[in-house]
Design a protein around this ligand. Structure first.
Ligand code: F0G
Length: 433
């Protein structure tokens, strides 16, 4: 299928192979698909299905399995683990009075977050183009994912992260996989700014979601959910919003699926931000007439972002899907994390913003009783062990979160016991009472 780069602001087009990050006007670029030249929905479904028994890495991948809608690339260029074979769990919808509630666990990707779906495409394309080195700004997961894919591809990696504000699981991944790790004295937004400058000065390939190939990979979260739900999407898709790459990718996936005839009815996107890092939610209140960056602060460090780079594409996604944007407090996020963790859909705090946001949208009668809802769980529980331990040991007061006292009931403290069998036996019986 034919593809070209197209500016979302002014509509200028460029050849796909053009090595540019932005349009001449400064706007964001899309990888634009020639929908008219696409196979029929039935032919696409048959092709995707036919790859299921295959043992080829590009067919095993839950990204490249959909390559007609992602990118045409020869197998030798593709850098894959494979990623994207994530489960979709049915949760109990009754307590929220919903008709169905699912959680798609993107934390089951090889490096523990949804970023792998975008990274396999961005890094494969970079390898195809003979990239000198790869660079990203990150709140943690992008850096972990890039470090891993860069190591597989044998391309040097630079990651810029806000010092002291990335969870330890993520930092350890970037270091272990050998990324040149630059901890900056500033926020993610400062790091993002520096990355664009460094890329131009040193001829580096940026793989933040500013890179349109990343978003082509992340579209498969929606495609995969659609086929896992037997050619159906629910009334709502709920996703956390930080740099707004996923929001943008989901919007593009739905625009294309509608144009291809895969779906008639478009689900509504609900984007959830942390209250202390909610510039998109604030802009939405004013129907996106005005945007004001903010100094971000939240326990959910993955989404501690005050000036999201994919803003324009995310606005398009909300408009196309008749979507909504809201925010939740850190205490609500941690309560939701506890509730998801206890159902063994364990996740890092940013992912739990989905359930917290769903609860808020139900309180506000935006999501209605009887609706069906899909939560996108973006990152693995093991990414942020410090927050999980603080929650389990009742030490949330130390996290300086307003309303933390309400989280005491989430505790599951380990007990110190003597090692003699009699004592242990006594405690087991006591706990089972
Ligand atoms: N959830 C998790 C676990 C994330 O790591 C991120 C973003 C988001 C949600 C928000 O997604 O940016 O597409 O709106 N993490 C980026 C990073 C920014 O650097 O790892 P978004």
């Amino acid at each position: 299928m034919n593809r070209q780069l197209m500016c979302v602001t002014c509509g200028s087009t460029y050849p796909l192979e053009d090595r540019r990050l932005r349009c001449d006007c400064g706007g964001l670029l899309d990888v634009q698909l020639d929908i008219d030249g696409a196979p029929s929905p039935d032919a696409l479904a048959a092709t995707f299905e036919s790859r299921l028994p295959s043992r080829q890495p590009q067919d095993l991948s839950g990204v490249w399995r959909y390559r007609e809608l992602v990118l045409d690339l020869s197998a030798s260029d593709i850098v894959t683990f494979p990623e994207g074979r994530t489960n979709l769990y049915a949760l109990d919808p009754t307590s929220l009075d919903l008709s169905a509630l699912w959680a798609k666990h993107e934390g089951e990707n090889p490096t523990g977050s949804f970023k792998d779906r975008g990274m396999t495409v961005a890094v494969s394309w970079a390898r195809h183009q003979g990239a000198r080195a790869l660079i990203c700004a990150s709140t943690g997961n992008t850096s972990a994912s890039l470090a891993a894919y860069g190591a597989r591809a044998g391309i040097p990696v630079f990651v810029l992260i806000p010092e002291g504000h990335i969870a330890h699981g993520k930092l350890s991944q970037a270091l272990a996989y050998g990324a040149h790790t630059l901890q900056i004295d500033g926020s993610f937004d400062d790091a993002m700014h520096a990355v664009e400058q460094m890329a131009t000065q040193h001829n580096l390939t940026v793989v933040n979601s500013l890179n349109p190939f990343r978003l082509e990979g992340q579209k498969t979260i929606i495609l995969d959910s659609f086929y896992q739900l037997a050619n159906m999407l629910p009334d709502w898709v709920v996703v956390p919003g930080g740099n707004l790459g996923n929001t943008s990718a989901f919007g593009k996936a739905l625009i294309e699926m509608k144009a291809l005839g895969l779906i008639d009815r478009v689900p509504r996107l609900a984007v959830i931000q942390a209250e202390g890092a909610s510039p998109f939610a604030r802009a939405a209140q004013d129907d996106f007439r005005h945007f004001e960056p903010m100094q971000p602060e939240t326990i959910a460090t993955a989404i501690r972002i005050g000036n999201p780079v994919s803003y324009d594409k995310a606005v398009r996604a909300i408009r196309f899907t008749n979507g909504v944007v809201t925010s939740v407090t850190d205490a609500e996020i941690l309560q939701a994390k506890h509730d998801l963790d206890r159902q063994a859909v364990g996740c890092e705090p940013a992912s739990a913003a989905t359930l917290a946001g769903l609860r808020r949208l139900m309180r506000e009668h935006v999501v209605l009783p009887g609706d069906s809802v899909l939560l996108i769980i973006t990152g693995n529980l093991l990414k942020d062990p410090d927050t999980t331990i603080a929650l389990a040991t009742g030490q949330t007061a130390g996290l300086s979160i307003p309303g933390a006292a309400s989280l005491d009931a989430c505790a599951n403290k380990p007990r110190h016991v003597a090692s003699d069998p009699e004592t242990i036996s006594h405690i087991i019986e006591e706990e089972l009472q």
